[in-house]
Design a protein around this ligand. Structure first.
Ligand code: KIV
Length: 287
């Protein structure tokens, strides 16, 4: 892709949503996956802490550290020429104080190369979000199922199914908008509640397991292309099975080497006959 490609801004996305267009966010984990997402026209590349599971093999996002996020963010940011880069702040990076929130958001932007940050939570994290926004860094909220608080939520469960829980989600959404979020991810909530939130908020909603009424949709690339087979959440759809393709390629590679089909002449380097004979003579001299 040409170097003069235009970088999107959060205002471009807000305009698209105002014009009734859907917008997209995909979680990438490294340079090659981010290149593919960037070239596909997806508006947001999420440096999501789900990389703890898909790239680092942790059982959840809980153990992911700020340093691990930055390591991946640096690689991803070298690839993102057009998409807006959203850097997740991991568990512990913003929960203790507003000053932690601002300094880790600054690290994500200055060291990681993210354009904006994402923070999980509702009313409870609104003060931290407000501080980061006041410091000049745009924040994407993330509410509903917030995987960083998996212990508190009792597992990866749909949130907001009762009237009372739905009302809390609405209060959370209002708090995130008031705190200054430019967009909000709605994860694993009933589609009707997501529709109500999308209707009442001025800022775009990006759903993942939140039904079709959100302004945009988010998927994790590894789920979308079948590169992670430990589990597939109910709300994710697999559009390809790259894992199967890789598995078949690995097996074919081994078979071809055993059969003598690889490496073939076109994969080998040649030495001139004269040089080869000279080498053999030299070896003979050494005897
Ligand atoms: O880390 C991630 O990929 C996310 C999305 C699931 C929204 O937070």
């Amino acid at each position: 892709m040409a170097d003069d490609v235009k970088k999107l801004t959060i205002f471009d996305v807000q305009e698209k949503v105002a014009a009734g267009e859907k917008v997209f966010q995909v979680t990438a984990t490294d340079y090659p996956t981010a290149l593919l997402v960037d070239r596909s026209g997806i508006e947001f590349i999420l440096i999501g802490d789900s990389l703890g599971m898909t790239a680092l093999g942790y059982p959840s996002t809980v153990p992911v550290t700020m340093d691990e996020m930055l390591y991946h963010a640096k690689a991803i940011s070298r690839a993102a020429k057009r998409s807006i880069l959203v850097g997740d702040l991991p568990l512990g990076a913003y929960h203790a104080s507003t000053s932690d929130a601002v300094s880790n958001a600054m690290r994500m932007v200055k060291e990681g190369g993210a354009d904006v940050v994402k923070m999980e939570g509702g009313e409870d994290v609104a003060p931290m979000i407000e501080a980061v926004v006041r410091a000049g860094i745009p924040v994407m909220g993330h509410m509903g199922l917030t995987p960083q608080l998996i212990s508190k939520l009792g597992g990866f469960r749909v949130q907001g199914k009762s009237a009372a829980a739905g009302a809390q989600l609405i209060r959370d959404a209002d708090a995130l908008e008031r705190a200054g979020c430019f967009a909000v991810v709605l994860e694993a909530i009933p589609d009707r509640v997501a529709a109500l939130i999308t209707e009442r908020l001025e800022i775009p909603t990006i759903g993942i397991g939140a039904g079709p009424h959100c302004d945009g949709q988010n998927l994790v690339l590894h789920d979308l292309v079948g590169l992670f087979d430990r589990f597939l959440p109910k709300f994710a759809k697999r559009y390809a099975n790259v894992g199967e393709t890789i598995d078949a390629a690995l097996r074919e590679f081994q078979q071809e080497v055993r059969d003598g089909a690889f490496p073939a002449a076109e994969h080998s380097f040649v030495m001139d006959d004269a040089e080869y004979e000279a080498l053999l003579r030299e070896l003979g001299d050494g005897d």
